[in-house]
Design a protein around this ligand. Structure first.
Ligand code: NDP
Ligand code: MG
Length: 418
């Protein structure tokens, strides 16, 4: 029996009072995760068009020097660091400037409550949940990169955004692509969605060869430059599994109408197949500044320094079906989604721990998906995959995992991973 959540409502993406109101002033922007890969790409775009943006907050995790540099680069008003131990260094690095500073998890959430036209939600991991939810509740448009908001708290997050009147714009390149060719007015005419996948660095390796790959090799993505966690998730294709979950929430189509297609060149990022046989696709260079710019300028467009596509030079674009044997993470994500949000959250938590263990050399590459599957099976058998009641529930699970509490079931509460 499937317990897939009922999400047959309107697509969440881009919703809330379309079209966006015309503005005769710069976009007031907050960048959460400003020192990361997505954050740096965002700030690069902002620095190239300073007249179009007014950066209120930059927020980061623990790297005070990088956060101070980010604040100064775009003239942010307020810099917030999650790690309280970084406050002194942040204060010192910004001494004599007008940038105000704060530290701690609560300060991050408070910064998310400040009035802004748009938040770029690019904190990695569960730490991104509370601030992004806070902004959603206040009706701030969210340029969403953080995966946990949808993977760990799907309905809760969308519900908060709906109630707050917050618009959600996808940063993830595949979802951005689909959004760009998604005809809301023809929602009932959409047959399927296709998320493309590069196939990662091990696309052509045999199962035996995959067994012994090193973290260094797994971190070397052929097309995209990204943070460590998402790079490993791309190598296992767990990232694509999470993207299926994200697409399910954002576009409100049933799971059997969301497909994955391996496309090693990463030029076609996503497609929408309509009932008349037409397929609309979005193409672009593998550069995250393109989808980020789509959010920053939406519903208009803006100039980017992204390399222009030269299709004649590329000559060949290839596509192939993903191999379910070498990349079981795709099946796993679908199974988790059928079990519900508690299962997708558990899959994410298990994967986060297992990726860290792989990077530390404690487990092999193939163990990541295999052990994640065992974790899901164990939790399901223990009846521990009850839907989270609220965000506190989701965070409790994450905290339990972070503290390394043993996995156990029962009681409707989820506790994840040893
Ligand atoms: P990075 O690891 O490069 O950056 C993560 C950012 O989060 C850094 O600014 C980091 O600060 C900050 N951070 C970490 N922990 C905390 C915390 N506890 N509180 C506040 N901030 C924190 O990640 P990416 O930029 O690659 O990815 C960001 C998100 O976007 C992820 O969820 C990823 O899955 C998603 N994404 C990324 C894509 C990409 O191409 N990179 C594509 C699609 C989605 P510090 O530097 O101080 O540690
Ligand atoms: Mg992606």
């Amino acid at each position: 029996m499937t317990r897939e959540p009922d999400m047959t409502g309107a697509p969440a993406v881009g919703a809330a009072g379309e079209p966006a109101p015309a503005r005769d002033r710069p976009l007031r922007l907050s960048v959460f995760g400003a020192t990361g890969s997505i954050g740096a790409s965002t700030l690069d775009l902002v620095a190239r068009a300073p007249e179009a943006f007014e950066v209120d907050v930059v927020a980061g995790g623990s790297n005070a020097e990088a956060l101070a540099r980010a604040a100064l680069r775009v003239g942010a008003r307020h810099a917030v660091i999650a790690d309280p131990g970084g406050l002194a260094a942040l204060r010192e690095a910004l001494a004599g400037t007008s940038v105000t500073v704060a530290a701690g998890e609560e300060a991050i959430v408070e910064a998310a409550a400040r009035p802004a036209d748009m938040m770029v939600a690019a904190i990695v991991g569960a730490a991104g949940l509370r601030p992004t939810l806070e902004a959603a509740r206040r009706g701030t448009t969210i340029a969403l990169a953080n995966k946990e908001c949808l993977v760990c708290a799907g309905e809760l997050f969308l519900d908060a955004a709906r109630r707050g009147g917050a618009r959600i714009l996808p940063v993830d390149s595949e979802h951005s692509a689909i959004f760009q060719v998604f005809e809301r007015q023809n929602f009932d005419q959409i047959e399927t969605l296709t998320l493309t996948a590069s196939g990662g660095p091990f696309r052509t390796l045999s199962l035996d060869e995959m067994r012994d790959v090193t973290p260094e090799r797994a971190l070397r993505h052929p097309n995209w430059s990204m943070g460590a966690r998402i790079s490993i998730d791309s190598a296992t294709m767990m990232n694509k599994g999470f993207e299926i979950i994200e697409a399910r929430h954002l576009f409100a189509l049933p799971l059997d109408r969301i497909d994955v297609l391996v496309h090693p060149q990463s030029i076609v990022h996503g497609m929408v197949h309509y009932r008349d046989g037409s397929v609309l696709a979005q193409l672009g260079p593998p550069d995250m500044r393109a989808p980020i710019a789509h959010c920053l300028a939406w519903p208009r467009r803006m100039e980017t320094p992204c390399e222009r596509l030269d299709l004649a030079a590329l000559a060949t674009l290839t596509f192939e079906a993903p191999d379910p044997v070498r990349f079981p993470a795709l099946r796993l994500a679908r199974e988790a989604l059928e079990l519900g949000t508690a299962a997708t959250a558990a899959l994410n938590a298990a994967d986060e721990v297992l990726v860290a263990a792989f990077l530390a050399g404690r487990i092999g590459f193939l163990d990541i998906a295999a052990r994640a599957e065992q974790t899901l099976e164990r939790l399901d058998a223990a009846g521990a995959l009850a839907a989270p009641g609220d965000v506190a529930d989701v965070l409790e699970t994450e905290l339990a995992r972070a503290r390394g509490r043993p996995l156990s079931g029962g009681g409707g509460k989820r506790r994840v991973m040893s």
